[in-house]
Design a protein around this ligand. Structure first.
Ligand code: APR
Length: 276
């Protein structure tokens, strides 16, 4: 499925010593059993009403109904904790080991699977945050805290005990913490979400591989634009045509590989290995 011409281009890139970016979305974790955002399971219920993640994942919903929002994230975190990195995550970790500082991973995923697969936090930009951290909901400080101990696994309908709510209090001021997630009504910044670092990486890199994203968020689109406008090397990997594959195919040096990331990424690693 990878053409001979593209294979050669990848070998030339590997030998060039230039830098690359891997940009991932929920699709890379689909083969680990984590539902994507815009797939069929991507909604949640409060009372009798169904909400889309775009409605639950907002600061305004958290202000109105913090415990219900937390319950949704406790359930999502349980799903992620129960999941294991798949061959796609492992291939991306292998790419970092092979490329060293020529490599940056920019991920929209908050599930923690890239780091569990072996990517390093130094070279991984968690641009939508992480379920593994919390912070004070009234910003008494800007510190991030590791997700507190003592909170059991939750399904969609689980109750949260008073002790568990206590564990979710800010260690500094006692107010409720919030998930360290970039919500739909919030903005990227450098301090929490590596906005500038991501742009800098895009400017200095020559290859962008986008994987399993529907292209609905702004920073990933800006990164793709940077590559598109400069006519740099782009590959989109997705099980179906999408916004990014269309841009890639219209771009001067863009390619679309249609299929599951857990199958295509190990193939790319093997091509790089053959270039050594
Ligand atoms: N391999 C490759 N791609 C896949 C696979 C797979 N096995 N399974 C699904 N996909 C693709 C889908 O075709 C779709 O294009 O993954 C994409 C998932 O898209 P979304 O659910 O929209 O997820 P994502 O792009 O990560 O969403 C971006 O929006 O909801 C917010 O903040 C949230 O980070 C999220 C952001």
């Amino acid at each position: 499925m990878i053409s001979e011409a593209l294979r050669q281009q990848l070998i030339d890139f590997y030998r060039s010593g230039k830098s690359m970016i891997i940009l991932t979305g929920a699709g890379v974790s689909a083969e680990s059993g984590i539902p994507t955002f815009r797939g069929p399971e991507g909604y949640w219920k409060i009372g009798s009403k169904n909400y889309m993640p775009q409605e639950i994942g907002t600061l305004s919903m958290f202000k109105k109904n913090p415990r219900e929002v937390w319950k949704w994230y406790l359930f999502r975190r349980t799903v992620c904790q129960n999941a294991q990195p798949n061959p796609g995550h492992k291939a991306i970790a292998e790419l970092e080991r092979m490329m060293g500082d020529r490599f940056r991973l920019i991920t929209q995923n908050v599930d923690g699977l890239h780091l569990r697969a072996g990517n390093t936090l130094e070279r991984t930009y968690l641009i939508h945050g992480s379920l593994e951290y919390v912070r004070c909901s009234v910003s008494c400080t800007s510190k991030l805290y590791p997700f507190p101990k003592g909170i059991g696994p939750k399904d969609r309908d689980s109750e949260v005990t008073e002790e568990e709510w206590q564990a979710l209090a800010c260690p500094d001021c006692g107010a409720m913490t919030r998930p360290h997630i970039l919500w739909f009504d919030e903005y990227y910044n450098e301090e929490y979400f590596k906005f500038k670092s991501s742009h800098d990486a895009a400017s200095r890199s020559e290859l962008l591989i986008t994987i399993g994203t529907s292209g609905a968020t702004t920073l990933p689109n800006q990164i793709l634009d940077t590559f598109d406008q400069a006519g740099k090397f782009i590959i989109d990997i997705n099980i179906e045509p999408n916004l990014f594959s269309h841009t890639a195919l219209e771009s001067k040096n863009g390619h679309f590989l249609q299929g599951p990331s857990g199958e295509i990424l190990p193939e790319l690693v093997n091509i790089f290995k053959s270039a050594r």
